[in-house]
Ligand binder design. Structure first.
Ligand code: ARG
Length: 251
């Protein structure tokens, strides 16, 4: 009798051990075990972040994915107004913001930035024909469309004689331009190219408006900044970042 009991006990123990083993051993494909990192972005900014069907793709989305893969996190992309990204990050709703976001001293007062992963310029988009704005001088007295809260917004807000129309999406500013409601749009160079391609009768002026660095923003003092900088450095050094940029921007 005693032997039977101990055999049953031993078997039970083996089973428990086996169960515990399979539930641990299976963790390779158990996604729930990975910590999620939420990226705040505004996904109407081709080629950095934009929708392909229901999925957000683009340079930022791919670099963020590569960083998360390297660090063992699961990337979750949260699309919102550009103007809300910094608040999402400072309030802890998002772990980081990545949105073709330019490093500025003003933003540095509320968030930390990683090292820059790419550069950009601000350009002026105007109608192909009979443009009222032909350079940064004629821009000074024009009606200008910008995306709310962007550096484009910031720069033209200094032009005291200009009238500024602010839109939640860069594309809406460009649409207003195509409809003749504004004289020009100031926006980042690569999205400008994508917008001009998508709307007939517009062109980009040759004279760039400002040079900028894009970086990822995080809550002040976040421990993630160092981690992300480490991964970013590796991805820059091994050519991954350049490969992703080249995939979306044909130079
Ligand atoms: N580079 C500009 C800025 O930082 C515009 C960024 C807009 N990005 C976006 N995903 N809509 O203000």
């Amino acid at each position: 009798m005693k032997r039977i009991v101990s055999i049953i006990l031993a078997a039970a123990m083996l089973c428990t051990a086996a169960l515990a083993f399979t539930s641990c051993g299976g963790s390779g494909d158990n996604k729930d075990a990975k910590k999620e990192l939420h990226m705040a972005t505004n996904a109407f900014f081709e080629p950095y972040e934009y929708y392909e069907g229901k999925e957000v793709v683009g340079i930022d989305a791919e670099i963020a994915k590569a960083i998360c893969d390297k660090l063992g996190y699961e990337l979750v992309i949260d699309d919102m107004d550009f103007d809300s990204i910094i608040t999402a990050v400072t309030s802890g709703k998002a772990d980081f913001g990545m949105a073709g976001m330019t490093v500025t001293d003003e933003r540095k007062k509320s968030v930390d930035f990683t090292d820059s992963y790419t550069t950009a310029t601000q350009v002026i988009i105007v109608p192909e024909k009979d443009a009222k704005v032909t350079d940064s001088k004629t821009l000074e007295t024009a009606t200008i469309g910008v995306q709310l809260g962007t550096t484009g917004d910031l720069y033209v807000s200094d032009l005291k004689k200009a009238k500024i129309e602010r839109f939640n999406k860069g594309g809406d500013a460009v649409l207003a331009l195509a409809q003749g409601k504004v004289d020009a749009v100031v926006i980042d160079n690569e999205p400008a190219k994508a917008f001009v391609k998508a709307n007939k009768g517009l062109k980009i002026l040759d004279e760039p408006f400002a040079d900028e660095d894009y970086a990822i923003c995080l809550a002040k003092g976040s421990e993630l900044t160092e981690e992300i900088n480490g991964a970013l450095k590796e991805l820059k050094d091994d050519g991954t970042v350049q490969k992703i940029v080249d995939k979306y921007i044909n130079k």
